[in-house]
Design a protein around this ligand. Structure first.
Ligand code: ADP
Ligand code: MG
Length: 680
């Protein structure tokens, strides 16, 4: 008897069932044991028939008073078993259940588990689970509920788990005694038994804690191991300590915020230490990440290297080049944009200058990764709004130099614990302060009936000299959805405001037309810009102070936060008005969160609670293996604890080759599967 025995060594599992179980990734007894319940049904308390709430699972103890077989002429009629307890009676129905016709008899004592519903005033229960009272696997207790696949029922899964129970004792302690003691962990065999068949809730929780702890430890140590391998394999671009950025800093016209200062100090240290920098700078929209990257670019160029900046859209690239030219040209540093719309000759000339080293800073979209883009001496890669690029795109750009420094900027706030996991290969700096003088955007939640007032408010603001965004979830009207479209709103506002300049931009327009409209808005030639979420990313129009979001119930939290970040960039008080068609549910919750805070990190945490990390960040895409029991959000506190322990292990034994780490190493391999590329 071994944990790696095939699942077919259990009773009742032949090739057919084994194939079904394989869909749940169950091949061995170990796999089965490590398939944990999603939750438990609480079947500890017996309910009286007349007290049973409708449509909720309840446990009843009843006596059969009579049985009515479906007659020979009514095959479709159900088998009816009339049952009672001392409070009342219930009709138990079984459809297509000929096999049961001889099972029930008058006077029989049963335990039932199922839902009661009312039919013409009679209580009925269809297809409950049932047991003869006193059976050894009676229905009472906390019942595990397992993930299933078609062809495997809950009852079958439970019976397999029961069969595997004797194997639990084979799972021996593998963590060092010190870690077990310091963290009050129960033994793994106890944990597994109690997660499957808890005698009481407390034991299930103890068991789960242990299993979550070990899974996160395996994950975190694995990620540190990978990161270590990346670091020590290469030699980076080393910038001189003596080359200062003060001159550039003084020319900026503002003082760095404390958050920017700290972030740049961390960046500067990386630039000078000779290891390739791999740093993520996180900061809310408008926190001034660009300035930090500019300082890094300045230092890089001053030391004789080139820098490249990749933006997710052409429009953002254009915005960046404008800023960079303004800031760098006074120092004789040449910045250029590699644009999609360039003529062949122009492009060739630019690329040739780049290769000669005559262009020091190049900006563009993912078009930068094309093979004919070659640098003379690439020292720094900056990517903006990282979540839009895959790690691979980042790497392709990096390969254009010899281990250049990498700076990734993201405005998607990620709780620190999670960022450590998602960006395990990156060091992290957080800019947690906004430039002074920014007034927090005031956010209001309104409903359809207030629309008239809202648009009067928009007009008032425009008359004061401001500009406004109006965002809608759809481009065109749709019969299927009761949602206002951008085109519809554009028509409406154009008619309502004959004296104002109203513009429309959406995702189905040609890139050039989109850019034209955005530029006109930026230059103040459009007062009210109606759009879809195309404006979500990065566009900077300080004079825009009103953001109206129509059908706000249809947007995700992160999206709402990004949209709101488009205003509040100037010195004026700005407003965000959420117009919702729904007063309930998750949508309402999201809207309320938006009203209650401007803090991107709080919003990100809430978003994670509502949606889960996989859905938001595509954890698979980040190379994070699928976890079995741990939840990166709910178990953030355990993750925090485990980090230090994992770090100690890696510091002590970077190759995980000492005897006491061998089991850990095995488990890392098992968790990461093919994802782990380093030779573990
Ligand atoms: P992010 O990229 O983080 O969203 P940006 O770098 O685009 O933010 O900065 C937003 C605006 O704030 C820009 O107009 C920039 O010039 C300005 N800014 C940046 N840092 C400061 C600062 N320390 N003080 C005042 N204004 C700043
Ligand atoms: Mg930015």
């Amino acid at each position: 008897m071994e944990l790696r025995d095939s699942i077919t060594s259990l009773k009742g599992v032949g090739d057919k069932k084994a194939a079904l179980l394989e869909k749940l990734n169950i091949r061995t007894v170990r796999d089965l044991i490590y398939t944990f319940p999603r939750k438990y049904e609480d079947r500890r308390h017996v309910t009286k028939i007349i007290q049973a709430p409708q449509e909720e699972d309840v446990l009843l103890e009843v006596t059969v008073s009579s049985v009515k077989q479906p007659g020979p002429y009514f095959r479709k009629a159900p088998l009816k078993v009339f049952c009672e307890d001392d409070s009342g009676s219930v009709e138990v129905l079984f459809f297509n259940a000929k096999y049961l016709s001889r099972y029930f008899y008058r006077g029989q004592e049963l335990t039932l588990y199922g839902k009661i519903s009312f039919n013409n005033g009679r209580r009925q229960m269809a297809h409950p689970e049932f047991h003869k009272r006193g059976d050894k696997d009676d229905l009472r207790g906390l019942f595990p509920v397992y993930p299933l696949t078609e062809g495997i029922s809950q009852a079958q899964m439970r019976s397999l788990q029961l069969q595997a129970l004797p194997y639990h004792s084979l799972i021996s302690e593998w963590l060092p005694e010190r870690i077990v003691d310091e963290n009050n962990l129960c033994p793994p065999s106890y944990a597994v038994t109690n997660i499957h068949f808890p005698k009481e809730e407390r034991r299930a929780l103890e068991g789960r804690y242990r299993l979550v702890f070990e899974e996160l430890l395996i994950l975190q140590t694995g990620l540190f191991y990978i990161k270590n391998g990346v670091k020590t394999n290469s030699k980076g671009v080393k910038l001189k300590k003596s080359v200062k950025v003060d001159q550039f800093l003084n020319s900026l016209g503002f003082k760095l915020t404390p958050g920017q200062e700290r972030a740049f100090r961390e960046v500067e240290k990386d630039l000078e230490d000779g290891q390739p920098m791999n740093r993520l700078v996180q900061g809310d929209v408008g926190s001034g990440k660009t300035a930090v990257s500019e300082l890094a670019m300045f230092k890089t160029v001053k030391c004789g290297f080139q820098a490249v900046m990749m933006a997710p859209t052409e429009l953002l690239a254009k915005q960046h080049i404008k800023t960079l030219k303004k800031d760098f040209e006074p120092f004789g540093i040449r910045c250029e944009l590699l644009s999609g719309g360039m003529k062949q000759k122009e492009r060739a000339a630019l690329l040739s200058d780049l290769e000669k080293g005559d262009v020091q800073i190049l900006v563009g979209t993912h078009a930068l990764i094309q093979p004919d883009v070659k640098f003379h001496k690439l020292g720094l890669v900056v990517t903006d709004e990282q979540h839009r690029f895959g790690v691979e795109q980042r790497n392709l750009l990096t390969e254009k130099g010899e281990d250049p420094n990498v700076l990734v900027m993201t405005a998607t706030p990620i709780p620190r614990t999670l960022a450590v996991i998602l960006y395990g290969d990156l060091d992290i700096s957080v800019i947690d302060t906004l430039p002074e003088g920014r007034k927090p955007v005031r956010t209001f939640l309104r409903y359809d009936e207030s629309r008239g007032k809202i648009y009067d408010f928009v007009r008032d603001k425009v008359k004061e000299g401001r500009q406004a965004f109006v965002v809608a979830p759809l481009i065109e009207e749709s019969d299927a959805l009761n949602v206002r479209s951008a085109e519809e709103i554009y028509e409406e506002l154009s008619a309502k405001y004959p004296d104002l300049r109203v513009g429309l931009v959406h995702g189905a327009m040609k890139q050039k037309d989109k850019d034209d409209i955005m530029i006109r808005f930026r230059d103040g030639d459009i007062d009210v810009l109606v759009s879809t979420v195309v404006i979500e990313v990065g566009i900077d129009v300080p004079n825009a102070s009103v953001m109206v979001i129509e059908n706000s119930e249809r947007f995700g939290l992160a999206q709402l936060h990004q949209l709101r970040g488009r205003v509040g960039r100037g010195s004026q008080q700005s407003y965000c008005i959420l117009v919702s068609s729904s007063k309930s549910g998750v949508a309402q919750k999201r809207n309320e969160i938006m009203v209650s805070t401007n803090d991107g990190f709080v919003i990100a945490e809430e978003d994670l609670k509502l949606r889960g990390p996989g859905e938001i960040f595509g954890t698979r895409q980040h190379g994070i293996p699928e976890l079995n029991v741990a939840d990166l959000v709910r178990n953030a506190d355990i993750l925090e604890k485990v980090r230090g322990i994992a770090q100690d292990i890696i510091d002590r034994d970077p190759g995980l080759s000492e005897p006491e780490d061998l089991e850990l190493r095995e488990r890392i391999k098992r968790l990461f599967g093919e994802n782990i590329s380093l030779n573990l």
